[in-house]
Ligand binder design. Structure first.
Ligand code: NIG
Ligand code: FE
Length: 412
């Protein structure tokens, strides 16, 4: 079998080369860098050539295996950089309670919320959790998503959290390279009722388990719900210090209900991303603009909870690297389709098309530390999404329609 692969004659290729050169910041519509009637050649590890079909290099005619895609469009692989997809049970009743007048935080105080899903998750075996997750991942992949981050955090007990992290590791091995999974450790998701404080839970579960899992080398990043009534800045610092010392990347849920200066703290610890950011004030936006930390906005959560949206324009105009992710989880956003979420959010966020596309490809890859993908540019990893459209603009125009015919990777 030939080692090189040529994917030829797409009606359009969205390369995002302009956006890539600007590190995904302050991008303009022309930074989409769309090629018409174009092709791409890849080795196992990288893009070797991308350009117009009429300029296809002679040298690859014989050395590559060719496939043809007339009538289709190619984009950088779609990345969903924030999901909580490993959970048991559902919270349909809480959704209805909210529509009937209850509030997310009130429901949580009354024993609903994350602790409700903890019970549903603890009731399932490792095998059941694996099987449910396989189905969920396959469904997400059917939308055209090729890289998915999965957070633990509904075990909330030493052995169950360990189990969840191991199941994510098993999923990662099961799906690679077709789907790339990132394993984020988020035992610091909520404090179970048997602990008197977040401090006690941090010192008896979150930190010791992190140390144990770090030895097994299966965690890609840590995350924490840095929010009033969950975990405070002292807990976040403790987790980040420990993760940094162990060489593990950092992420946080911050400034969602209040501006607790979580974005600033994440930047101080060179976090890969800090997420939600509905309440982040000017000082947080400035810190983000000056850092490599990605601001991941989760508009699905605002829609699902009926809360206001982040002021995305303020982040974008000041040069923050902005990603959009689904936040797929059973409580605050039971929607697993990041393309739908971004399509809905872009007009509300007043994003241009290059900002929209960068937010679910290049910038969301960076939010997972994947600096070598997210654009179709020579030297980057060969990870793409194919759409059954001849015009890139049709993809987000058709809200919620499934237009992908799969992802492509030549990685082995
Ligand atoms: O990102 N904020 C913390 N975690 C989820 C909500 C989880 C839940 O309600 O079950 C989120 O919104
Ligand atoms: Fe989340």
């Amino acid at each position: 079998m030939k080692r090189l692969k040529a994917f030829r004659n797409f009606d359009q290729i969205l390369t995002l080369e302009g956006s890539y050169k600007k590190d995904g910041r302050k991008v303009q519509p022309e930074d989409m860098s769309i090629l018409h009637k174009a092709s791409v050649v890849c080795s196992e590890n990288e893009v070797l050539w991308v350009g117009l079909e009429k300029d296809f290099p002679q040298e690859y005619e014989k050395t590559a295996e060719h496939s043809y895609f007339k009538g289709k469009a190619l984009t950088p692989e779609i990345v969903d950089s924030h999901t909580h997809l490993i959970f048991g049970g559902n919270r349909a009743d809480e959704y209805s309670m909210r529509l009937n007048g209850a509030d997310y935080q009130e429901i949580a105080k009354a024993g609903g919320g994350i602790l409700n899903t903890m019970k549903g998750t603890q009731a399932l075996s490792s095998e059941e959790l694996f099987n449910i997750s396989v189905d969920r991942i396959n469904r997400i992949h059917s939308y055209g998503v090729g890289t998915i981050e999965i957070k633990s955090g509904y075990g909330l007990e030493y052995s169950k959290e360990m189990e969840l992290t191991k199941v994510i590791d098993k999923l990662k091995k099961h799906f690679y390279p077709k789907i790339q999974i990132k394993n984020t450790y988020m035992a610091a998701h909520a404090v179970p009722k048997d602990y008197t404080s977040s401090k006690e839970f941090m010192s008896s579960v979150v930190i010791p388990l992190l140390e144990e899992l770090s030895d097994k080398n299966i965690i890609d990043a840590v995350d924490i719900f840095h929010e009033q009534n969950y975990f405070d800045s002292k807990d976040t610092k403790l987790l980040f210090e420990k993760a940094k010392a162990l060489g593990i990347d950092r992420k946080s849920h911050a400034d969602e209900f209040f501006d607790n200066k979580g974005a600033i703290l994440a930047c101080k610890y060179d976090a890969l991303s800090t997420d939600h950011l509905l309440r982040t004030e000017q000082d947080g936006i400035e810190a983000l603009a000056q850092s490599s930390t990605v601001a991941t906005l989760l508009p699905g959560t605002g829609f699902f909870l009926g809360k206001p949206q982040a002021n995305a324009r303020r982040f974008l105009d000041q040069g923050v690297k902005v990603a959009i992710a689904s936040d797929y989880n059973p409580g605050s956003c039971h929607c697993d389709n990041v393309i739908l979420v971004a399509s809905l959010a872009a007009p509300a966020y007043k994003m241009n098309m290059a900002e929209l596309w960068s937010s679910i490809t290049l910038n969301s890859a960076h939010a997972l530390g994947l600096k070598n993908q997210g654009a179709i540019v020579q030297g980057l990893k060969p990870r793409f999404t194919i759409f059954n459209v001849s015009n890139i603009n049709s993809i987000t125009y058709n809200w919620g329609r499934q237009l992908s015919s799969g992802t492509i990777t030549t990685e082995v």
